[in-house]
Design a protein around this ligand. Sequence first.
Ligand code: CU
Length: 237
Amino acid sequence: MRFSKLMSVLVVAGLMLSTVAAGTLKGNVNYQGKTPKKKTLKMNADPVCGSSHKGKVFNESFIVDEKNNLANVMVWLKDVKYTGTVTETPAVIDQKGCLYTPHVQGIMKGQELLIKNSDATLHNIHSMAKTNKQFNFAMPKVVKEKKVSFAETEDPFYIKCDVHPWMKAWVGVFDHPYFAVTDANGNFSIEGIPAGTYDVIAWQEKFKMKKHLTASVTIGEGETVNNFTFIRESKKK
Ligand SMILES: [Cu+2]
């Protein structure tokens, strides 16, 4: 009898644990201000890079659509007490067409970052991290994969290629999995967030950490929407 009682207590406890509310934070990131002119990347110094694109390739540091939705904005929760595991699937960054894909991404502390070289040319991948140990190594066309990981949390820092000066990507390192990057329509979605109130940060590379946006958001079951607007003040007063 005692044993079955214990079992039923365990079952009830298990059910309670599995019903702890978790919600989704989603939203849109928009831009207000003068849109910077698109800059064309000149890749012809390396014929492999130049010939890998048919049309023009533009600088990726500021991408807005016709409705001023901002792509490549990293959104994350701040100061989360996360006791779960590190994501086992590696994050991936590919050197393809002499660009980094993705241009902006979040990764968990301790998670693997798989670095690919899909190009038939030499790249050099050089992390400009300030808190984490920097890395800097060549990836000749025969070296297709390397793996790195980051031991510390860190606000977004960039990775560059010393061979192709236009190549730049951004990585943020978190001690939880609650981060996302806006898509081409400026939308983001962070799932599985335990119920609670959080500070949320939105970061865009031109605005940098100095001009990041914050919001306080309460997550319950289901979806919570929080939009952000980056505003660029006109220089004229
Ligand atoms: Cu390169």
